[in-house]
Design a protein around this ligand. Structure first.
Ligand SMILES: Nc1ncnc2c1ncn2[C@@H]1O[C@H](COP(=O)(O)OP(=O)(O)O)[C@@H](O)[C@H]1O
Ligand SMILES: O=P(O)(O)OC[C@H](O)CO
Length: 504
């Protein structure tokens, strides 16, 4: 009897496999990091074969550690870092190039050119995204133009494109021996090639980037009991149906059971991703947010979201550790920041590779401003935590402006939420309570939920909603004046970072 659902969470820094029982409780997990390949300033790559190898290992090890076999797993869900582009040979399974990761900025000139004429507006309208280096299409174009033989292979139908979900589904279902080439609506909505209204690849968008349609996977619902096939049986993954696929931030939205319009979650990891469910309505942002597909379960209508994507939040804490050396582990930032009552006038804007939402300024670079001789490492540490919260405030304000929805509570998850001081600062800076669930692994849980809904393991969203429970809550403690003045200082600091580098 298969009593469990498995979930692969293929993230930017690591890949994990988790097993959940019918109550949504974790019964097994294994996680492995992969190399961050940084060939030049601004370039970030992953080795797709390493990711595939890690995926097989974590599945096998998690099952073994819990004394389970694949016969105990009713279905698998896959969730993944989004936008990251992989192009490979359908006959050999060998990638033509390393994966170009969502953080990579090599396609700056491609993005800029699109925004210099009408194409930028067409893309915004059809795909719901602003031209930026973040999305997959420019990365595919770069591979087609810079790697020998790929364009010809793509025209012949021998080169396949996929985000990490597609790469893993194809490999898990047999690879060159009949692997299924598929993606879901949420991942497709991040490529810049899908029309949000038709949920299909769009020829005009494909034309902007010179991408042959034959390279692209079939788009399916996020929860589907047949489209993604059955695992082929290598290394502990025998004959399990893959019935859920969705991007990691959308999976966290599902794991946080944000099923009603107006419900939102914020995930604090390498970057931050705040998603607001807007229901079956497509809300086009006028304030620098993305319009994206939140999920589609089976044949039901797709549910959309507004998203504020922030590139650098938890990774700014890593920078304090690795580059400045003022802490030796991420959790130490809390102790250091708690040594002072405030930042002593310091603001840190970690615009390491420009600013994502709501600014979309690739000409910005990081700045620490407001320094006086009085300031210490502790002020910088506290300013780093505040920067995570102020960037989230920027996107929350943009969401209110776009949708009219004023958050009543912010549901949070991700690695940084272990930092209680940061969560208190978030409540103070937003002026709304911050709430963290009992199961912090909302991303893997959301993928498991999508997979389990498809097979009837769970009956529907009402059953899932009943499983959500609060573990911790932080109430705002700042006065309105303090909140207003603090935010005004942040906006001034952001201004200082703009127009810093010449992207041409
Ligand atoms: N106690 C902490 N305080 C602040 N940041 C933290 C803390 N613990 C972890 N982090 C940050 O959280 C991030 C990892 O979170 P995680 O959710 O695993 O991210 P991802 O899925 O993006 O890899 C790292 O950038 C790390 O610096
Ligand atoms: O892998 P994560 O958790 O850093 O998430 C990355 C996002 O999907 C990028 O859009």
């Amino acid at each position: 009897m298969a009593d469990f659902i498995g979930a692969v969470d293929q993230g930017t820094t690591s890949t994990r496999f988790m097993v959940f029982d019918h109550d949504g409780r974790e019964v097994a997990r294994h996680q492995l990091e992969h190399e961050q390949v940084l060939p030049r300033a601004g370039w970030v790559e992953h080795n797709p074969l390493e990711i595939w190898d890690r995926t097989q290992t974590v599945i096998g090890s998690a099952l073994t550690s819990a004394g389970l076999s694949s016969a105990d797993i009713a279905a698998i869900g896959i969730t993944n870092q989004r936008e990251t582009a992989i192009v490979w040979d359908r006959h050999t399974g060998r990638p033509f190039h390393n994966a170009i990761v969502w953080q990579d900025t090599r396609t700056d000139s491609i993005a800029k050119a699109l925004d210099s004429d009408d194409r930028g507006q067409v893309i915004r309208h059809k795909a719901g995204l602003p031209p930026a280096t973040y999305f997959s299409a420019g990365k595919i174009q770069w591979i087609l133009e810079n790697v020998d033989g790929v364009r010809e292979a793509a025209e012949r139908g021998d080169a396949l494109f996929g985000t990490p979900d597609t790469w893993l589904v194809w490999n898990l279902t047999g690879g060159p021996r009949g692997g299924i080439h598929a993606t879901d609506v949420t991942n497709a909505s991040r490529t810049m090639l899908m029309d949000l209204t038709t949920l299909d690849w769009d020829d005009e968008l494909l034309g902007f980037f010179g991408i042959p349609r034959r390279m692209l996977p079939q788009i399916h619902a996020s929860s589907d009991d047949t489209a993604y096939g059955i695992t082929s049986g290598e290394r502990g993954t025998a004959k399990v149906p893959i019935t859920g696929v969705l991007g990691d931030q959308q999976a966290a939205t599902v794991g946080q059971v944000c099923f009603e319009p107006g419900e939102a979650k914020n995930t604090y990891g390498t970057g931050n991703f705040l998603l607001l469910n807007t229901g079956t309505e497509i809300v086009r942002s006028k304030n620098g947010l993305l319009t994206t597909v939140a999920y589609q379960f089976g044949s039901s209508a797709p549910v959309y979201a507004l998203e504020g994507s922030i590139a650098v939040t938890g990774s700014a804490v890593q920078w304090l550790r690795d580059q400045l050396g003022i802490i030796s582990g991420a959790s130490e930032v809390e102790t250091l920041a708690a040594q002072v009552d405030d930042t002593g006038g310091v603001y840190f804007v970690p615009a390491f590779s420009g600013l994502f939402a709501p600014y979309w300024r690739s000409d910005a670079r990081g700045a620490i401003v407001g320094l006086s001789r009085f300031n210490t490492n502790a002020h910088v540490a506290r300013a780093t935590l505040e920067a995570i919260c102020y960037q989230s405030r920027d996107v929350a304000d943009a969401m209110t402006a776009d949708s009219g929805v004023r958050l009543e509570t912010l549901k949070v998850d991700g690695g940084v939420t272990a930092n209680r001081l940061c969560m208190q600062l978030q409540a103070d800076i937003l002026g709304v309570p911050v709430s963290k669930p009992v199961v912090p692994e909302t991303t893997a849980l959301g993928a498991a939920y999508a997979a389990g809904l498809a097979t009837g393991f769970w009956s529907g969203t009402d059953e899932l909603r009943a499983k959500w429970a609060e573990a911790e809550r932080w109430e705002p403690s700042w006065s309105d004046d303090q909140r207003r003045d603090g935010y005004a200082g942040w906006r001034k600091a952001v201004d200082r970072t703009l127009d810093w580098v010449d992207v041409d």
